[in-house]
Ligand binder design. Structure first.
Ligand code: SF4
Length: 384
């Protein structure tokens, strides 16, 4: 591979030796470090799209409730979702539960020591399979995730698009080449080196202003030699965010509120939420706009079967989902015909029950608002 021609075994040996020496005193102390494939797997799934700091308390809670793969396999999905509440990307939690059942049923609760077999588990891709195989079993399995992608691209001076097919081919090939123990499947320290490289990428070779002065691989680094750290890696531009307007209505009746569980084909499948509807592209409509209020009432009726008098705007919540920038207007409303809410995915709950349900991220924010009520504004327009 032309892009790797300038790399010889002496160069690789120096990188390995220097990075491993650095790792002895600078490696991160993370609660999932060790050789337990269950801990490694759960942490890696949690870390997808999420920072280490955010994951730590979730990981601790998860391990207290589900200390091994058998306990996770036996748990109702709703319990798993409840522990995942607030982490986002909930398909990860559902896949985790599915994969646990698969490991118990097909492998008697022992994770397979094979990258291809690991990749067949729901939610486990090439990177996660490599992480489990190398960290837990010291198999010679390469890894490329955000931190190592950046580090490898800079080390070898790869200035093309790092996420293109060609870029991925070069970087995965490098990730394999840099591992020790080429002569055997057993990596002879492959897992430790992978962890060291990840930590170096995360803490020293950072996206902006990498700390090259503190880098153990500075002498071997192509980007440092060319002073091209800020241009590498080349990444495709992020898609433009589309502004969207959503509304959620806290529908009340007899001291209870109406909640709905998302169906399997919906974005937050399995989670519960207040009656939430999508109003389309956000054109800066005001929550006081009578037309908006009427439309929200109609859509909530269509969604739940309940006729609602939309009464006041409680709060606006802004959040992003994939490439959508969402403005969510939260209304309070009163059910005019509460008994119409007799569909499968709906129920009336009090505050105690609400606190036990796995809610969407914004659903939990709204529930917190209800627990600590703030003054609301009376609307001029009311849906009939
Ligand atoms: Fe990254 Fe700088 Fe180290 Fe090169 S020298 S690997 S750019 S931190």
């Amino acid at each position: 591979m032309e892009e790797l021609e300038h790399i010889d075994s002496a160069w690789k040996q120096k990188v390995r030796r220097n990075v491993l020496r650095w790792y002895e005193s600078h490696g991160r102390d993370l609660p999932w470090r060790g050789a337990d494939p269950y801990h490694i797997w759960v942490s890696e799934i949690m870390l997808q799209q999420t920072t280490v700091a955010a994951v730590k308390p979730y990981f601790d809670r998860f391990m207290r409730r589900f200390p091994n793969v058998q306990s996770l396999a036996n748990a109702p999905e709703e319990d798993v979702l409840k522990l995942w509440e607030g982490l986002g990307y909930y398909s990860r939690a559902r896949n985790l539960a599915k994969a646990a059942r698969f490991v118990v049923d097909e492998y008697a609760g022992e994770f397979p020591r094979d990258v291809d077999a690991l990749q067949k588990l729901p939610g486990v891709g090439k990177y996660t399979a490599g992480a489990i195989a190398s960290f837990a079993f010291d198999l010679r399995a390469p890894i490329v995730e955000a931190n190592t992608l950046r580090l490898y691209a800079r080390l070898i001076g790869y200035a093309e698009n790092a996420r293109s097919t060609a870029g991925q081919r070069v970087l995965w090939r490098f990730a394999e080449d840099i591992l020790p123990g080429r002569s055997s499947a057993n990596g002879s320290g492959a897992g430790r080196l992978n962890q060291a490289l990840m930590d170096l990428g995360a803490t020293v070779c950072t996206p902006v202003d990498p700390a090259c002065h503190a880098c153990p691989a500075q002498r071997q680094c192509r980007a440092f030699a060319d002073n091209s750290q800020s241009e590498i890696p080349q990444l495709p531009k992020r898609a433009q965010m589309t502004p969207m307007l959503h509304a959620a209505v806290v529908v009340e009746h007899a001291g209870k509120v109406l909640v709905r569980q998302y169906a399997d084909n919906e974005r937050w499948a399995g989670l519960w939420d207040f009656a939430r509807v999508e109003l389309g592209r956000d054109n800066n409509e005001s929550p006081d706009d009578a037309a908006v209020v009427v439309r929200v009432g109609e859509m909530v009726r269509e969604l739940t079967g309940v006729k609602v008098q939309v009464e006041s705007c409680m709060r606006t919540i802004r959040h992003t989902v994939t490439r959508y920038k969402i403005r969510l207007i939260v209304f309070r409303g009163v059910a005019v015909d509460p008994d119409s809410a007799n569909r499968d995915m709906l129920k009336w709950v009090d505050m105690a029950e609400l606190s036990k349900l796995p809610l969407s991220m914004t659903g939990r924010k709204i529930a917190d608002l209800l627990a600590r009520p703030s003054p609301t504004r009376r609307l001029v327009a009311v849906h009939e």
